[in-house]
Design a protein around this ligand. Structure first.
Ligand code: ZN
Length: 527
């Protein structure tokens, strides 16, 4: 519902008249409107958004706060589709669109709204300022401006393309094609093909105002990911209609990817010059990440840490086959690890992927594991998530699973399970009482007293809000651990890990006892 019909009447008679009539706009009894041509839909949207005033506006500013889904919905405590959503809070969000010069800047400060391991995320001092000037993306930090990569450009371009005023102006640009006008219920839909950026479908209401936009992007884990961004609560600002509410929903489990609550809209207020500085413009675009190389470091007989890019995988040699603990972040990493495993132990097939938990920085290679025919072993319930990820389409950037579909082969672990043959024994245990991941497992290799784990410990973490969950689980299972073999970091003696955790717990308790304590989730109930 409009904030102020009277105010709308001031700047546009058409908006005023239709604003009165659209009180019944959601009514299914409302008669269907005559279909418009594609250009007719855009023309009507232009008028509804402010007409000449929209076309004359030089800049827009949107300020507010909001929330982003963690890992596109893959970072919740449980892999269940009914698990409550975990969020990052955007404590401050400011988007400035320089319509005249095709530039956009997004400044935000985000904070993890969950007990997290990285202190900067917990206390909310992760500040980013990202700018796109035509084809030149750059980031601004206290150290200065630096050219950013093509992904940054794409993200900012999407921000501009999915904002009503800038989208409709873009649609009116001669370089843009608009077609496929159709109706859906009482909405008019058109497809907009900008010169750069994804194709966008726009839906407008009876009044001509944009209701939502829909577009598709390639996601490393979820592949073809369709996003739908809804606009609500339009208000007239200096003659231009601007939404006060944004909600973006993806087609992966209908995850709410993002919501933004606008607290101030502005048109043609003084803005900084968003032009890229000359040294940024002339700088080469950052090179793509180098090809993945996997190093294999032996930990014990038949056990190797496979490392080389962030997360580790752990290779385990059985008498007649190989297993990998974790194929973490991506298809590319997963394939590189599988290939490397075959050279470390020639002649034995890689047949198993043991997954600590479903988070996408741990199970991001699940599609590649399935494509390689591996049997996935994880705590019961993770299979629901893995099936959902495996069922995704991958048309924008086809991957091996989409080219050669295979079913998920899954062995569930309930409380515990032992994988044992003549040369190797691995005990798998459901981790109890760990709210970071409720369906997680750890692996124990008794011959060398190794505890193989993901997300129970990382030496680089500054914050540890989970108390003695790691030690408690070792005690619960009566394990005699000598060494921690982690997915994050490098192998360390258990006594050093235990000491490090005590230091981190003390730091977290000090933070919670300080002035920020009552403002942080869980601080007041921390064990
Ligand atoms: Zn995790």
């Amino acid at each position: 519902m409009r904030k102020s019909i009277a105010a709308a009447c001031v700047f546009a008679v058409t908006a005023c008249v239709s604003a009165v009539t659209i009180f019944g706009h959601a009514s299914p009894q409302a008669p269907a409107q005559a279909p418009l041509s594609a250009s007719g839909v855009i023309k009507k949207a232009e008028t509804a958004l402010g007409g000449d005033r929209l076309m004359a506006a030089k800049s827009l500013r949107i300020e507010g706060w909001g929330q982003d889904a963690l890992q596109n919905g893959g970072g919740n405590a449980s892999p269940s589709p009914d698990a409550p959503q975990r969020w990052d809070n955007d404590m401050n969000y400011e988007e400035t669109i320089d319509l005249a010069n095709h530039r956009v800047r997004v400044k935000q400060r985000s904070a993890a709204w969950l007990p997290a391991a990285t202190m900067s995320r917990v206390i909310g001092n992760v500040v980013t300022t990202a700018v796109l000037d035509g084809d030149v993306p750059y980031n601004v930090t206290p150290q200065g401006a630096r050219r950013a990569n093509a992904n940054a450009a794409e993200g900012l371009r999407v921000d501009m393309l999915t904002y009503p005023a800038s989208l409709v102006r873009m649609a009116l640009d001669s370089a843009t094609t608009v077609d496929n006008a159709r109706t859906e219920g009482h909405w008019q839909l058109v497809d907009i093909h900008p010169k750069e950026g994804p194709r966008v479908t726009l839906a407008t209401d009876r009044d001509g105002l944009p209701v939502w936009v829909r577009w598709m992007e390639n996601n490393g884990v979820l592949r073809d990911l369709t996003m739908q961004r809804w606009f609500t609560g339009y208000e007239p600002i200096n003659g231009v209609m601007m939404p006060t509410g944004f909600k973006t929903v993806s087609d992966f489990r209908n995850t709410i990817e993002n919501q933004l609550y606008v607290t101030r809209n502005s048109v043609d207020v003084p803005t900084d010059d968003l032009a890229a500085p000359s040294d940024v413009k002339s700088a080469a675009a950052p090179p793509p990440p180098p090809a993945i190389t996997v190093e294999a470091t032996p930990v014990a007989k038949g056990i190797w840490i496979m490392h080389g890019r962030g997360e580790n995988s752990i290779l385990i040699e059985f008498a007649d086959h190989l297993a990998l603990f974790e194929l973490a972040t991506s298809n590319e990493w997963a394939q590189a690890v599988i290939d490397k495993a075959k050279t470390v132990v020639p002649g034995k097939p890689v047949t198993q992927d043991i997954v600590s938990h479903h988070h996408f920085d741990h199970a991001g290679g699940i599609r590649q594991a399935i494509a390689n025919g591996l049997t996935v072993i994880a705590v019961r319930g993770n299979d629901v998530m893995f099936r959902d990820v495996a069922a995704r389409k991958s048309s924008l950037v086809p991957d091996d699973l989409s080219k050669n579909p295979k079913p998920l082969k899954f062995i569930p672990v309930d409380d515990h399970m032992t994988l044992k043959d003549s040369t190797m024994e691995i005990q798998l245990y459901h981790i109890i009482g760990y709210e970071h991941m409720t369906e997680g497992l750890m692996a124990y290799e008794p011959a060398d007293r190794l505890l193989i784990e993901g997300d129970l410990f990382d030496v680089t973490w500054q914050n540890y809000p989970w108390g003695n969950v790691y030690a408690d689980n070792i005690k619960l299972r009566n394990l005699d651990v000598a060494q921690d073999v982690p997915v994050h970091g490098m192998a360390m003696p258990w006594k050093d890990v235990y000491q490090s955790i005590q230091t981190k717990i003390a730091g977290t308790k000090a933070l919670c006892a300080g002035p920020m304590g009552p403002l942080l989730p869980e601080c007041e109930v921390m064990r």
